[in-house]
Design a protein around this ligand. Structure first.
Ligand code: ZN
Length: 243
């Protein structure tokens, strides 16, 4: 009988150690994960579960106003998971070509749409302009930072933004109390699968890095089949191993 109990105990201990080894979560993670262009019924609920499962604390969903109006229940869901919601414009227009007044109107419309979806006043803090709100000249500079590996090292502060983001975009965001946030690492996941080698190359320990992802399953069959929900778990495992 004791032999049997011993066997059960050993099996139980092996099981516990297996569970523990697979239960790595974000403890002191500096990284912030950002998801642009949602919400989307095919991705948002799955992403939320994947983030929660790994205990990811810092995630921002940069939403498009049109999609908020279309899927208010998904916006409520993001809030219920206690992740942040950021401004990514009403219609995904390049704001480097808009006037300050047009941008201001867009922010107001976005806030109204968001508050309506949530049925409460949301304390909107972050903004990311579509296409980075960059002028043609700054797009070149941004690509240079990316190819030389300097982008991954950047602290994303006002000084950094001033080099890249069109003045009317930056100033209007600021006037509306929004902190502008670009990104350190881009997987170009609107045209390719997430490459884990790229993740390893781009990761900088102890730096507050911002990782960019997209929710674009509607591109299926036309441009590229964005498979963020299939690729994210692997990325989260990698990131959790670093902490
Ligand atoms: Zn976008």
């Amino acid at each position: 009988m004791w032999n049997g109990i011993f066997k059960v105990l050993v099996i139980f201990m092996v099981f516990i150690s297996f569970v523990q080894s697979n239960d790595k979560t974000f403890k002191n993670c500096n990284s912030t994960l950002t998801f642009d262009d949602g919400p989307h019924p095919e991705t948002t609920p799955i992403l939320l579960e994947q983030l929660k499962e790994k205990n990811v604390k810092n995630a921002i969903f940069f939403l498009i106003g049109d999609r908020i109006a279309q899927y208010p229940e998904l916006v409520k869901k993001i809030q219920s998971y206690q992740y942040d919601i950021g401004y990514h414009s009403m219609h995904h227009t390049n704001q480097a070509k808009m006037t300050a007044n047009e941008i201001h109107q867009d922010i107001q419309e976005f806030k109204n749409t968001l508050n309506q979806a949530l049925e409460s006043n949301y304390d909107l803090k972050y903004a990311r302009p579509p296409f980075g709100g960059m002028t043609q000249k700054s797009v070149k500079l941004f690509k240079e930072l990316e190819t030389t590996g300097k982008l991954k090292q950047q602290t994303l502060n006002d000084e950094f933004n001033a080099q890249l983001i069109a003045r009317q975009v930056r100033e209007t965001y600021q006037a509306n109390g929004l902190q502008t946030l670009l990104w350190n690492v881009d997987f170009k996941d609107w045209e390719q699968r997430i490459d884990m080698n790229h993740a390893r190359e781009q990761f900088v320990p102890n730096l507050k890095q911002i990782w960019l992802f997209h929710e674009m399953p509607s591109y299926k069959g036309t441009i590229f089949n964005n498979q963020i929900t299939e690729d994210l778990p692997q990325f989260l495992n990698f990131l959790c191993e670093q902490y």
